[in-house]
Design a protein around this ligand. Structure first.
Ligand SMILES: Cc1cc2nc3c(=O)[nH]c(=O)nc-3n(C[C@H](O)[C@H](O)[C@H](O)COP(=O)(O)OP(=O)(O)OC[C@H]3O[C@@H](n4cnc5c(N)ncnc54)[C@H](O)[C@@H]3O)c2cc1C
Length: 435
């Protein structure tokens, strides 16, 4: 695709400085089996924009790269010539404590941001795996929500302003500290979740929240998945307002120390409210003859870290392997899907964020996995849901779109992609339907 990396490299070095451009080490900079040619480290938004314009001129495929913790997400792309890193865009720009907003460059890690916010009693409930390493830009570009989506919103709700560099070399700014303070289409919503296919996020303004006075997690261990599903449904239907209700099956329960089905109810807020959550959940559990365990402090933090990292490469925990699938359905359908999954894949790990309508399934790809994926897609279709094959060997990914079902209005989306990226240089082929 590239018309001469030899000619592009010296121009990139002239633009960014020779030490900011290097040949890509195939072992380090590969995306779904495609090895890039160059790695570039621009210093700011303007350098990113100028780099994109140069790459467009050379028809060089660009892979925006935050920390690479989620590079596996996406369809196998058509080309990867230049890895464009955001690691030098890691400055905090503004923390408006009173307004509950923070503005930072897209390459800042969520770990670094969390420390700055915690020092002033606030937090940002974006909860990807490896949050310590993941960047704000990467989290916004992928926009998968975590266990506390219902309580705090998803990435699209938390990003209220952005700056992005486009393939024509321009930098656009959108939104800001107050929600929707600009007329016209909400560009933030368009760019968040677009996987770097329309432009590169260089700066984000995010909504933050006060740290709660108290937080506690009540874990109920159940004799089987259907008992856990019933308790989760009871909490969901109750007047309680937990920030998360997450259900694990026995295979996933093993990563929390017990090969049992379980329900984690996370309560955050004033002490009295947290106590009330504990009292009610414990009484409902004991009515069913189920045992509960309380998590607080470090043990609570560790448990939710393990839950968040579930399905991420390296260790799906609880016997899960090299394949992770994310199914989203309406919250009212979760119970049925979780019970069906247990029957269909008893050895797989299943983590269901009940309030968010998100179910993660992780297992080892083996013979017959294509047929299994077909059954999972069929289950998703029957429950009017959506499925993302988040992590899988390339051979399984090339067999079909990792996003299922295909989006409606695809022609409109192709038109948008064409308008923003006429030479198809940004993450070419990696987004939905090969966009
Ligand atoms: C199994 C699994 C579970 C996950 N669960 C969650 C979850 O619960 N909640 C959640 O929020 N996320 C989740 N994620 C997504 C992911 O972990 C996050 O999005 C993460 O924050 C990525 O950060 P990163 O800096 O490592 O991004 P990278 O891995 O570097 O990039 C991720 C994608 O975003 C693009 N990109 C990176 N930076 C930019 C930028 N500045 N502008 C435009 N595009 C860019 C890349 O090209 C790539 O396609 C999950 C991922 C996996 C694999």
């Amino acid at each position: 695709m590239i018309t001469g990396v030899e000619t592009l490299r010296p121009r990139l070095e002239a633009l960014l400085g020779a030490d900011a451009v290097a040949a890509a080490d195939p072992g380090r900079w590969a995306v779904d089996g495609m090895t890039a040619r160059l790695v570039a480290r621009p210093a700011d938004a303007e350098q990113i924009a100028a780099t994109l314009r140069l790459c467009a001129e050379h028809r060089a495929a660009v892979i925006p790269w935050g920390s690479g913790t989620a590079m596996e997400i996406g369809n196998p792309g058509r080309a990867a010539d230049v890895i464009l890193l955001t690691e030098r865009l890691s400055r905090l720009i503004d923390h408006d404590h009173a307004n509950l907003t923070v503005t930072a460059e897209a390459g800042i890690t969520l770990g670094a941001l969390a420390r700055v916010l915690a020092a002033r009693g606030q937090h940002l409930p974006l909860e990807p795996p490896r949050a310590e390493e993941a960047t704000a830009g990467g989290a916004a570009a992928v926009a998968l929500s975590g266990p506390r989506r219902m309580a705090f919103g998803a990435a699209r709700d938390l990003v209220i302003g952005m700056r992005a560099a486009l393939a024509d070399g321009s930098v656009i700014k959108w939104g800001g500290k107050t929600v929707k303070n600009v007329a016209g289409y909400d560009m933030c919503k368009l760019f968040v979740g677009s996987m770097g296919s329309l432009g590169m996020l260089t700066e984000l303004t995010l909504k933050v929240f006060p740290l709660p006075e108290a937080t506690r997690t009540i874990v109920t261990w159940a004799r089987d998945v259907s008992a856990a599903t019933a308790l989760a449904a009871r909490v969901m239907a109750s007047p309680l307002l937990p920030t998360a209700i997450t259900q694990v099956n026995p295979t996933a329960g093993a990563m929390l120390g017990r090969r049992m089905a379980g329900v984690l109810v996370r309560a955050e807020g004033i002490e009295a409210a947290v106590d009330r959550h504990q009292r009610d959940v414990q009484s409902w559990a004991s009515q069913e003859g189920l045992e509960t365990e309380l998590l607080a402090g470090e043990r609570e933090r560790e448990a939710w870290q393990v839950i968040r990292d579930f399905g991420w490469r390296g260790d799906g925990g609880g016997g899960a392997g090299d394949l992770a699938v994310r199914i989203t359905v309406t919250a009212g359908r979760i119970a049925a899907v979780v019970n069906e999954l247990q029957a269909m894949l008893p050895a797989a790990g299943v983590v269901a964020h009940v309030t968010a309508g998100v179910i993660w399934v992780a297992f080892d790809s083996a013979a017959g996995t294509s047929a299994l994926l077909a059954s999972l897609r069929d289950l998703t279709r029957r429950h009017d849901g959506h499925l993302l094959l988040a992590r899988a060997p390339r051979a399984l990914k090339v067999a079909g779109d990792v996003w299922f079902p295909a989006p409606q209005a695809l022609a409109l989306m192709r038109g948008l992609k064409q308008a923003f990226d006429p030479h198809q240089i940004l993450n070419p082929g990696r987004f939905v339907a090969g966009l």
